[in-house]
Design a protein around this ligand. Structure first.
Ligand code: HEC
Length: 145
């Protein structure tokens, strides 16, 4: 009976400790994928489409001409989006700041219609980890930095 209780407490401790330790890299990548694909829909603007309007899988997040235009004049409107697979050219901390504040390394926002996202640090980090895992600059899982 006592041994049983001991084992129960031990298992509970394992569960509690497991919960509070930082999310493993694979969970972070999965969270980032969810935010990119299911919440923020980055591919709507960053993935090119076929003539039928279907996203081209092989060019996932590789940048695209936009398929829509503003109906009223918007200063600075960008008519194409850059490649974000692997986040080439971005330092990790700059990219995290960009997704938390909407401001890039030069303290300027991306041109419209790039949204000025306000993710919290955990989610911004997950997005960066995921995007890094897609590109040549950081193979699956990134370099851990
Ligand atoms: C509504 C369309 C749209 C959506 C949705 C969108 N983007 Fe963009 N994004 C753009 C456009 C257009 C640009 C180019 C802006 C420019 O030239 O300054 C851009 C630029 C960027 C840049 C480069 C910014 C810079 O200053 O160099 C990054 C990084 C980026 N987007 C990441 C993302 C991520 C990650 C998501 C999803 C979380 C996302 N974008 C969703 C349209 C979009």
């Amino acid at each position: 009976m006592k041994a049983g209780l001991g084992i129960c407490l031990l298992m509970l401790a394992v569960i509690v400790v497991g919960r509070t330790s930082p999310a493993p890299q694979s969970a972070k990548v999965e969270r980032g994928r969810y935010l990119v694909d299911q919440v923020a829909l980055c591919g709507d603007c960053h993935t090119p489409r076929t003539e039928k309007g279907e996203p081209i899988k092989e060019k996932y997040l590789k940048g695209s001409p936009l398929f829509f235009k503003p109906t009223v004049p918007i200063p600075g409107w960008a008519d194409k989006s850059p490649n974000i697979a692997g986040l080439p050219g971005w330092e990790e901390h700059d990219a995290i700041k960009f997704f938390m504040t909407g401001l890039a390394y030069n303290d300027l926002p991306g041109r419209p219609p790039m949204p000025q996202y306000r993710f919290n640090q955990e989610d911004a980090t997950a997005i960066v980890t995921y995007l890094r895992s897609l590109g040549a600059e950081g193979k699956a899982g990134g370099d851990g930095k």
